[in-house]
Design a protein around this ligand. Structure first.
Ligand code: 8YV
Length: 329
């Protein structure tokens, strides 16, 4: 069958690289220059492509947000690698990929600093009410009355939910604020001096602000429950730079509406880009459009790591930064 116009015939590489979702423009160009790349979302008839050419695809590049669905995996019988742009990969069923012998990679480390920077910025914003104070000045309220007093950050008790690479980078930054740090992770981390607490609820109970840096996925779904928010209490703040799924969002909405927590700074939501109205309306909530890794420097570094993973797979059949062996879904 003749190759349709929308499928590039060069460069000559060992198989087709499927780009599942839109990516950083510089990465898209680099992939297209080096590999026979097909952009699934730009095809007039993706189903026809998968039917007629699915067996040409040897690797898939996708975003953390999109992953590779089980249906798509099933349509690619020769798929050998799924390469994610992003540290998260919960949108791909890794156990199923492994069972098929498909390797999976992500982009760890290169985004840690920027995500931690934003988490600390968001924490200070919600406690000191920086965004709210900015709105206050702009709407002309400063000449009417002074801005209400906010909450001190330095010296407070901060809980970190998920002490992985990003959680540790957040803790390291906060050490400079003289805070007391405690954390909850699947297991105690051996080389830190922070206090380990066994459950999210115990952690929330013991802190003034809870910073969520745990990975998304079914293991952490709804981990920040109504009970955890109640344990945080009316003087407590929630910061989430992880995944919307880690927080029970309806429970958060009702806790914010009832003043059962003091405030929240959220970079991630359950159904992005949709943000519940109650959160948008609350002056106690800082809402951000999932920007924790969104700096030019970090996104370029993520793109570069994706490219190096693709190169490694296409030349040596293995990946540079495979996801941990323990990763399931
Ligand atoms: C990006 C992220 O928004 O790395 C992640 O898991 O959530 C963010 O860095 C994402 O990679 C874009 O798909």
């Amino acid at each position: 069958m003749p190759r349709p116009d929308h499928i590039p015939s060069s460069p000559d590489t060992p198989g087709t690289l499927l780009q599942v979702s839109p990516l950083l423009p510089s990465l898209e160009s680099a992939l297209a220059e080096r590999y026979r790349t097909v952009r699934l979302s730009e095809l007039p008839d993706p189903a026809a492509f998968l039917r007629d050419h699915g067996s040409d695809v040897v690797a898939a590049v996708t975003s953390a947000r999109t992953g590779v669905s089980e249906e798509l995996m099933d349509a690619l019988p020769k798929l050998g690698a799924i390469i994610h742009f992003g540290v998260g990969y919960e949108t791909t069923n890794v156990a199923r990929a492994r069972a098929r012998g498909i390797d999976v990679s992500n982009t760890p480390d290169v985004l840690t600093d920027c995500v931690a920077d934003l988490a600390v910025g968001a924490l200070i914003d919600v406690m000191r009410r920086i965004s709210a104070a900015d709105r206050y000045v702009r709407e002309g309220s400063w000449s009417v009355a002074p801005f209400p007093l906010a909450s001190r950050v330095s010296g407070k008790r901060i809980g970190i939910l998920g002490l992985g690479r990003i959680g540790r980078a957040v803790a390291l930054r906060l050490e400079g604020f003289g805070v007391q740090i405690s954390y909850c992770s699947r297991r105690p981390v051996p080389d830190v001096n922070y206090t380990h607490l066994p459950t999210a609820e115990a952690l929330a109970e013991a802190c003034d602000a809870l910073v969520v840096t745990a990975a998304g996925g079914k293991d952490t779904q709804g981990l920040v429950s109504a009970a955890v928010l109640d344990a945080l209490g009316p003087q407590g703040y929630l910061v989430n730079v992880a995944r919307g799924s880690v927080v029970d969002e309806p429970a958060l909405v009702s806790a914010v509406e009832a003043g059962r927590i003091a405030g929240a700074a959220l970079d991630v939501f359950a159904d992005e880009p949709n943000v519940p109205r109650a959160l948008l309306k609350s002056g106690r909530v800082v809402v951000l459009p999932h920007i924790a890794s969104a700096t030019r420097e970090t996104r370029e570094a993520m793109g570069d790591l994706v490219l190096r993973n693709v190169q490694r797979f296409m030349t040596e059949g293995c990946l540079l930064t495979p996801v941990p062996e323990t990763a399931a879904r």
